[in-house]
Write a protein that binds this ligand. Structure first.
Ligand SMILES: NC(=O)c1ccc[n+]([C@@H]2O[C@H](COP(=O)([O-])OP(=O)(O)OC[C@H]3O[C@@H](n4cnc5c(N)ncnc54)[C@H](O)[C@@H]3O)[C@@H](O)[C@H]2O)c1
Length: 418
């Protein structure tokens, strides 16, 4: 069988996908694009070790002309929709890293481009495929605990010690301009996929800004964000994500339902409680889940990061394109956009005194129409007159001198790479 020819756009996080593609029997890595050339050198070397010659590009316009079936987008989190639309229009299937879009207008255009082209779009929300969350998804789908009544999800990741590294000390890097509720799908994503429910409204909250992050370059002090989401069956979800003081970084997922409970437990275990014949009497099972899909291939990929999840988004993307049964686990564009709308509308809620905001269903054209020109975001080049702040608190941008000093620290730390 012919292998799918796949290119990767963005070689930092994209290196994880590169490793998976180099070890996957149904795919072949053909090209990598990144404007930072040391990443291309690494990609080329890794490919050669796997016995493969790949093409490398610094410019997307050259990359997209390359002969390939599909593209993995691991570029800036705020630019995924823009590039996904270009890839789809060029006839390539797309897998997108988180998040799906920066604005509502982009979300509408992304959905309509997927519909128009009929190509595969898969959302790489790997936190849905952690050993614990993926097992919870499987058990819920089997009907183990009935219908969701309430859920909680946490994604706590301080990042302060690596902030200059992951922003390259650049004042305008996307990480320095996200508002507290934007990066919400690592927490909300698994709950959405486990329960199969759609969010219908949200109330947003933010914790106080963090002084350290102002100094590191985040104009809004990079506070953690909270979404209180109502699902379409009335169940509530509490989601919190962002920097809080806890190491190592931490995730936690809890789903309460009509017949029991599924949650992540200490030591990578899952807790399953099922009520029996008598109300309030049931059975608790706490166990370490085993991978239940393509376990040996996942092991062969060597990817153990992010709770064992990193192999699966790419694998399911490939299976979906090939029309194979495991492709059913890929996350489609509607689910991707549903998750991200919670964060976008939660910030509107914060800016409006924690007002409850309705979340539109972008499966319906009439609901999309209201937002197809809604460009509100924190990037002045995209937002125009609809520019949003990066926090509900007053912003404290760095002076030119402070910003330059951060950039110089990064350049100094990476001088041997170039
Ligand atoms: N799912 C996860 O667990 C996880 C973990 C880390 C990062 N991410 C996501 O992966 C994406 C990439 O994050 P990152 O940590 O690699 O940092 P990043 O966003 O800073 O890196 C993006 C890379 O793409 C390159 N790039 C961006 N625009 C380009 C352009 N126009 N032309 C050429 N190259 C371009 C940059 O040089 C950089 O190397 C983000 O969307 C982030 O949200 C996800």
């Amino acid at each position: 069988m012919c292998r799918l020819r796949i290119g990767v756009f963005g070689g930092a996080r994209g290196n994880a996908m590169i490793q998976i593609l180099l070890n996957h029997p149904d795919a072949q890595l053909v090209a990598v694009c990144d404007k930072y050339e040391p990443l291309l050198k690494t990609a080329k070397e890794n490919a050669l070790k796997a016995g493969l010659e790949i093409k490398c590009f610094t410019d997307f316009d050259d990359f997209i002309r390359c002969d390939m079936d599909a593209v993995v987008l691991a570029n800036y989190a705020t630019e995924h929709a823009t590039f996904a639309i270009r890839c789809l229009n060029a006839g390539k299937h797309v897998m997108s890293e988180v998040l799906p879009s920066e604005t509502l207008a982009q979300a509408v255009e992304l959905i309509e481009t997927v519909e128009k082209t009929g190509l595969v779009y898969a959302y790489a929300e790997n936190y849905c495929y952690m050993d614990q969350t993926f097992e919870m998804w499987r058990r819920y789908k089997e009907g183990a605990i009935g219908e969701v009544t309430y859920a909680e999800c946490d994604y706590v990741h301080d990042c302060a010690s690596i902030w200059l590294d992951i922003t390259y000390g650049e004042k305008d890097h996307w990480r320095n301009h996200i508002y507290p509720t934007f990066y919400c799908t690592h927490s909300l994503g698994p709950v959405m996929m486990i329960t199969g429910r759609r969010p219908v409204s949200v109330v947003g909250f933010e914790n106080p800004p963090i002084d350290e992050f102002y100094r590191l370059g985040h104009a809004g002090g990079h506070a953690s964000g909270i979404e209180m989401v109502t699902l379409d069956n009335g169940a509530m979800v509490k989601s919190i994500h962002g920097p809080l003081k806890l190491e190592p970084a931490h995730t936690d997922y809890k789903v309460y339902a009509t017949k029991g409970y599924l949650g992540s437990d200490q030591g990578g275990k899952v807790r399953l409680y099922r009520e029996g014949e008598r109300t309030c009497h049931g059975e608790n099972k706490v166990y370490k889940p085993k991978k239940f899909v393509s376990a040996s291939l996942a092991k062969k990929s060597g990817m153990t990061t992010h709770g064992g999840s990193d192999f699966y988004p790419t694998h399911f993307f490939i299976q979906k394109i090939l029309g194979k049964p495991e492709g059913e686990w890929a996350i489609d564009v509607y689910s991707a956009v549903d998750m991200s709308l919670c964060g976008i509308f939660a910030f509107r809620s914060i800016l409006n005194g924690n007002k409850k905001m309705e979340i539109p269903d972008f499966r319906k054209k009439e609901e999309r129409d209201k937002y197809r020109f809604d460009n509100a975001c924190t990037n002045p080049l995209v937002a125009g007159s609809e520019l949003l702040p990066t926090s509900g608190y007053p912003e404290k941008p760095l002076t030119e001198g402070e910003a330059k000093a951060n950039r110089e620290k990064w350049l100094d730390a990476h001088k041997d790479e170039r």
